[in-house]
Design a binder for this molecule. Sequence first.
Ligand SMILES: [Zn+2]
Length: 231
Amino acid sequence: MENNRRKFHNDIECVPTGFANGSATDRPLTSEEKQQMIEEATVHFGNFLTALKCDWQNDPNSADTPRRVAKAYVNDLWAGRYNGFTDITSFPSDGYDGVIIERNIPLTSMCSHHHQTISGVVHIGYIAGEKGRVIGLSKLNRIVEYFGRRGAIQEQLTAAIHQAVNKVCEGNRGVVVTVVAGHNCVSCRGVKHQGAAMITTKASGVFMENDNLARKEFFDSLKINNGHVSI
Ligand SMILES: [Zn+2]
């Protein structure tokens, strides 16, 4: 069983192991391995601050910063590189052949180029098809977390989420993923423009057809309440 899961993990990855937007070698890491990684990264981040002429060891606000940063990368910002892919059970669609949409899935990620955060939302739609499979709704959120919590290039992240849904929902008639996100590397450095959003979409199957009703339903649904769900 474990071997099957591992194989599935490998199938679901789009970029080589070790890349910032890929998974770490030999993951999932044990808690001991993570702790060891934190210790090592702490030392190197301390050296990084020293190179920037920061007297971090004597500054009460900075003394523990190398460890805080190392922990944030391993446990939160890059957690998707170190943890295993969540187990996802799919179910028969039992004849439902309409569109399934989850919108406004929160996204927190990090740009691979500048290591600044990316935040926004992901909208996912798919059609299971007559003999297709459906997955638990929150599993779509898990997929976004898994690929988002790494270094990322938004274009590739969009494709990775699309591929994962496409594989998990075997026999689907189409999958569409739209990512709307702001990049801190654009707002904080370089051009320093606040408020710009990047929108990327990856579609397959019926969502590629221009006049398709499912495609229209997906994009129309993103406009309702200006994209915000009120319950
Ligand atoms: Zn960037």
